[in-house]
Write a protein that binds this ligand. Structure first.
Ligand code: NAD
Ligand code: MG
Length: 392
């Protein structure tokens, strides 16, 4: 068997680390060609020592020089590159078959899109790519014939619950609605006045999943579910009204599809990102992911409730942005990234996040999005606007 050549964008993050864990269980099946990381250079050096990729990519010249020193000391001959061009370069190398897109935020869009344009199999964790540029992104997927596989657990569950030959027409597949499950985050049931005192340490502690800081805060505000609604709209060509959100605090049902005949098909499992990662890495085959089997005897119950968009307005803002279309989802995403960073840095209260996003939508939404370049420039303007508001 020729091993699949793999580039992992964002190798040092939680998705990157979980991907390497699955890969390490199948050394005959996967060969790591490139790893990238922005910080945590010691961790990246250790990953290079262990997986011997041909390239490692970091942010800038200073990091490249530090990493080169660490690699030389470890006797590892991985070549070190840096910068945005290098990210796109390692995502499009001829010896790369699949790209795990696991950079967080808008920074993930350019290299992920480069992988799509090069016709690679793209394992998409970076939901922000689709939120920002869904229509253009999916157009590029169709044009290149790239195979796009969702890593987000909900979307991976929906992918597994749709017919194998699903080609983007829900009605033709007999599907009425897609049902995204949400854990509700660490503050489920809290009211706005209680949320005012939430600290970053409280917000990044998710009840069911260990994740990066940004997505953990997004889960706590329910913005993550909002981003996922937009992601689902593009991945599955689902009209906004065909997407439903239900809170399911145990995170055992990862999402569901409602069919016309009343059937509801769901994917269940222990909450562990190695399941969707292994699914996408091996698709259409199945490989061991190292995940503990779901133990029904210890499940105390599966419960469901409606999302609380009154105290958690981010989910409603995302639905509004999806309905508005054009640049609105990109504005939502950029403002949210700045708001979350400000919250994590102590410059904005938790309850200030939706307000900043709302203000950015009021100021910038309503433009069409003709190109990725236009979206990136809009992204920059929104960030500048939000930073200026935070400074006053
Ligand atoms: P993380 O913060 O743990 O890791 C992010 C990775 O991106 C790191 O390797 C970091 O070095 C790199 N990075 C950050 N900024 C960068 C930049 N400007 N340029 C280049 N590289 C940069 O995040 P994560 O939890 O692994 O999430 C990664 C992506 O996967 C996010 O888009 C997130 O929404 C999505 N996702 C994560 C999970 C999860 O369980 N962690 C689940 C579903 C989707
Ligand atoms: Mg998810």
């Amino acid at each position: 068997m020729t091993p699949q050549g793999l580039t992992i964008l964002g190798a040092t993050g939680t998705i990157g680390v979980n991907t390497l864990d699955v890969v390490s269980r199948h050394p005959q099946q996967f060969r790591v060609v490139a790893l990238t990381g922005q910080s945590q250079l010691d961790k990246l050096a250790e990953q290079c020592r262990r997986f011997a990729p041909r390239y490692a990519v970091v942010l800038d010249a200073a990091s490249a020089s530090t990493l080169s020193g660490l690699l030389a000391a470890a006797g590892c001959d991985t070549e070190v590159l840096y910068g945005a061009e290098a990210l796109a370069q390692v995502a499009t190398l001829p010896e790369v078959d699949a790209v795990m897109a696991a950079i967080v935020g808008a920074a993930g869009l350019p290299p992920t899109l480069a992988a799509v344009r090069a016709g690679k199999r793209v394992l998409l964790a970076n939901k922000e790519s689709l939120v920002m540029a869904g229509e253009l992104f999916m157009g590029e997927v169709r044009a290149s014939g790239s195979v796009l596989l969702p890593i987000d657990s909900e979307h991976n569950a929906i992918f597994q619950s749709l017919p194998d030959d699903y080609r983007g027409d829900l009605a033709a597949a007999g599907v009425e609605r897609i049902v995204l499950t949400a854990s509700g985050g660490p503050f489920r049931g809290w009211r706005a006045e209680q949320l005012a005192d939430v600290t970053p340490a409280m917000a990044v502690k998710h009840p069911n999943w260990v994740m990066g800081r940004k997505i953990s805060v997004d889960s706590a505000t329910l913005m993550n579910k909002g981003l996922e609604v937009i992601e689902a709209r593009w991945l599955f060509n689902a009209a906004p009204d065909a997407i439903e959100v239900v809170v399911h605090p145990q995170s055992v049902i990862h999402s569901m599809v409602r069919y016309r005949d009343g059937s509801v098909v769901a994917q269940l499992g222990t909450p562990d990102m190695r399941t969707p990662i292994a699914h996408a890495l091996a698709w259409p085959q199945r490989i061991d992911a190292g995940v503990a089997p779901l133990d029904f005897s210890t499940l105390s119950g599966l419960t469901f409730e409606a999302p609380d968009t009154l105290n958690f307005p981010c989910l409603r803002l995302a639905f509004d942005a999806l309905h508005a279309g054009g640049n609105a989802p990109a504005v939502l995403n950029a403002a949210n990234e700045i708001a979350v960073a400000a919250f994590l840095g102590g410059a904005l209260p938790f309850t200030g996040i939706p307000g900043l996003v709302d203000a950015a939508l009021a100021r910038f939404a309503g433009q069409p999005c003709a190109s990725v370049e236009a979206l990136l420039s809009c992204d920059g303007e929104v960030r500048a606007f939000c930073r200026a508001r935070l400074a006053v």
